[in-house]
Design a binder for this molecule. Structure first.
Ligand SMILES: [Ca+2]
Ligand SMILES: [Ca+2]
Length: 276
């Protein structure tokens, strides 16, 4: 293992191209949307290990050549390289990101972020592009509907940035970072998807002070019974700069005003919000 740690910096410089040594924040600024927290970075490795372990062996061999180690050792060494520092969990673990050789992601494909997620095939023209350093985000309360699939968050637009998705019950949208600036006013538009004939109601929260909850004054941004719903919000001057979480709830029959816990039917989507 000592050999791996000693080579780490040179290896990352030599193997990966420019993506590899940037932080998640700089990647977001460059428009690269595969942005993971520390916990998700660890989950990314475990998902790949569970679903595509051959890819980790292949990567190890690209770094070290065809040395006489068994596959389990190669995977363990690569895990240490990305997730540990001197034998302890790294303060900011790194995670592998995938795309085409020209650093594009035309299929909008992202590897898993938790080993419990189901496996899916890596697009055949994709490869490991590099390792990105994860970032901090508070841990937030869980929220999810009892019934998914009747009403869901479909299109979310903040200013000129839009994200579209299907129905997921609870979805952590790690592959989208909305960027806002303090004291600026943004138009928002929220559009639900339906399997039933009933309009959605909406809640949107932003943890402006980054204390890990959505319950401070001014953190409930939208509370409407329209669909689609649109309006404006202004990012307060006192918002803390950096990354925080934005939570959206689309619900049947009013949902709940509590950003935590369960409610009858609809969807929760969590986004990362970058506040400048
Ligand atoms: Ca959705
Ligand atoms: Ca808060």
């Amino acid at each position: 293992m000592k050999r791996v740690n000693g080579l780490k910096h040179a290896v990352l410089l030599g193997l990966f191209s420019s993506v590899s040594l940037f932080s998640a924040q700089s990647q977001a600024d460059e428009g690269w949307n595969d942005i993971l927290t520390k916990q998700e970075a660890t989950g990314r490795f475990e998902w790949i290990e569970s679903c595509h372990s051959y890819m980790l062996v292949d990567l190890w061999e690209r770094i070290f050549g065809s040395l006489d180690e068994d596959d389990a050792t190669k995977i363990a060494q690569l895990k240490a390289l990305l997730l540990e520092k001197e034998g302890s969990p790294a303060a900011y673990p790194q995670y592998l990101t995938f795309g085409k050789k020209d650093f594009t992601n035309p299929e909008n494909w992202y590897a898993g972020t938790d080993k419990t997620q189901s496996c899916k095939a890596i697009p055949s023209s994709y490869k490991v592009l590099g390792a990105i350093t994860s970032f901090d985000l508070q841990t937030y309360c869980n929220s999810a509907p009892t019934h998914a699939g009747f009403i869901w968050v479909k299109d979310v637009t903040i200013g000129n940035q839009t994200h579209s998705s299907g129905s997921g019950g609870y979805t952590n949208q790690f592959a989208k970072v909305f960027k806002v600036k303090r004291e600026n006013t943004y138009n928002y538009n929220l559009q639900a998807g339906y399997a039933i004939n009933s309009p959605a109601s909406w809640k949107m929260w932003i943890d402006y002070n980054q204390d890990g909850d959505f319950s401070d004054s001014g953190e409930l941004i939208v509370h409407q019974y329209n669909d689609p719903d649109s309006g404006q919000f202004t990012v307060p001057a006192g918002a803390k700069p950096g990354y925080t979480k934005m939570r959206l709830q689309a619900s049947y029959s009013g949902g709940t005003i509590d950003p935590c816990g369960g409610f009858f039917a609809g969807e929760i989507e969590d986004f990362v919000l970058s506040v400048e």
